[in-house]
Ligand binder design. Structure first.
Ligand SMILES: [Zn+2]
Length: 256
């Protein structure tokens, strides 16, 4: 019924508990999970999980915060992973102007090099955008006419930016942030974005939805994101689950 399109079961927070957490998510109606890599070890672990579980898929990529650590060999290696049958996207990639570990120009280069890989292998991208909305938008726009597709993960830009991003063909993914009482903008984004352009995610172990805020997040809680969207859009939760799952399967090229 639900597709958690962005989680990090490959993060150290879940060591030794992954099996239980997956079981609980299935009981909560989570039908598919996309585990997203962000550096060497997590890319390896994302693929290992996708190989072990039929309903789990992997995305591989290099996170912008750590762009400075990404070598040419790493990019060649990431390219080699894109032919794996369970790797359905390049991500997470993007720009992060909040943390200053990697200079903006280095982030930009690593972002665009990975966009080129996505285009070459006809994969969608999973975009991390923190405090870099305009720069991300301009970058995506530059590649739009070459058929670049993807999703704005845990969308955090303004409600006015929804249309420009969806006009580029990008999907809007909402996380647990939309459930926070003071989250005016994400709620407005949920209201304005056509259901056909929405995905849901947890970003577990981060961004835990209300009423579990402050605890570790897990894929089962993606149901709470769907419930909030259903409330805002005045739809049945099952309808939100059905359409966002179909959207994700279409974007990531998942057949069954
Ligand atoms: Zn993430």
């Amino acid at each position: 019924m639900f597709f958690d399109t962005h989680c990090h079961l490959n993060a150290e927070h879940f060591v030794g508990e992954v099996e239980n957490i997956i079981e609980q998510s299935q009981q909560a109606g989570v039908e598919y999970i996309l585990v997203v890599g962000f550096d060497r070890q997590t890319n390896i672990d994302a693929i290992a999980l996708a190989e072990k579980y039929e309903h789990i898929y992997a995305a591989v990529g290099w996170h912008p915060v750590d762009a400075i650590d990404c070598t040419n060999e790493d990019l060649i290696w990431i390219e080699s992973l894109l032919s794996h049958p369970k790797v359905v996207a390049v991500g997470e990639i993007g720009l992060d102007h909040y943390w200053d570990k990697s200079p903006h120009d280095v982030q930009q280069t690593i972002f665009e090099q990975q966009i080129e890989l996505a285009l070459k292998y006809e994969k969608p991208i999973i975009v991390h955008d923190r405090d870099a909305h305009q720069a991300v938008y301009q970058t995506l726009k530059k590649y739009a006419n070459r058929g670049l597709r993807g999703v704005m993960h845990s969308y955090s830009a303004s409600s006015e930016m929804v249309k420009p991003f969806t006009d580029l063909g990008f999907m809007i993914s909402l996380s647990g942030v939309v459930t926070f009482k003071n989250a005016k903008v994400p709620k407005k984004v949920a209201e304005l974005t056509p259901l056909e352009y929405l995905l849901i995610e947890t970003d577990a172990p981060y961004l835990t939805p209300h009423p579990y805020r402050g605890k570790r997040n897990e894929p089962a809680y993606v149901a709470l994101v769907a419930e909030e969207i259903a409330k805002i859009k005045e739809l049945a939760v099952s309808e939100v689950g059905k359409v966002t799952t179909a959207n994700a399967k279409r974007l990531f090229g998942i057949e069954n």
